[in-house]
Write a protein that binds this ligand. Sequence first.
Ligand code: PCA
Length: 217
Amino acid sequence: MTTTRTVLLTGFQPFGGERVNPSWQAVSALHGTRIAGHRVVARELPVAFGQSLKALRSALKETQPSLVICVGQAGGRAQLSLERVAINVDDARIPDNAGQQPIDVPVIADGPAAYFSTLPIKVMREALRGAGFPVEVSQTAGTYVCNHVFYGLMHALRRQRAVRAGFIHIPYSPAQASGHAGAASLPVETVTAALRLALKVALKTPLDIRAAAGAEH
Ligand code: PCA
């Protein structure tokens, strides 16, 4: 009997006064689909320090994925952001959905300062660009719940090098952007299509390429 390999995709609940979170809208549309011989499982995480990581860890245990991409919203960004690095700090500008507002505390006490994404982010960027999606490599996932989840994800998988993982931030959806004058947006269906391609490329690409994606500031 052959077992189907699984990829885990996560999105978040709404936060910060929004009624929806397009990260969950986009990843839930891929739940149950097959991509490059893998079954996609989507899970929604709470926007709360601690609780979000608990939910992520139980999803990892339950699904035993061969690849994981966590997705979150970065309102104000104009492009899909392939995150390069997660840092070991929680510093919340606004309270999370549980009312917590940690300031300058580590995600994991005694953990390393940072973890890098183990996804082939340069190859993914090239493929997404080639297909016409607005995409960038990002050098920071912030210091809120998304970075917390990204760091916790990489920490949980630190001894399972075969399980590749990373984080993608997405812009507002058009419905949300109407409440934020002038903010960039991307339709949820576009994000779903981009994520499908990103997953396919990640699953088929064992090694990243060397291509500049640095930033001066
Ligand atoms: N974005 C937030 C947390 C949840 C989400 O979708 C962030 O960027 O930290």
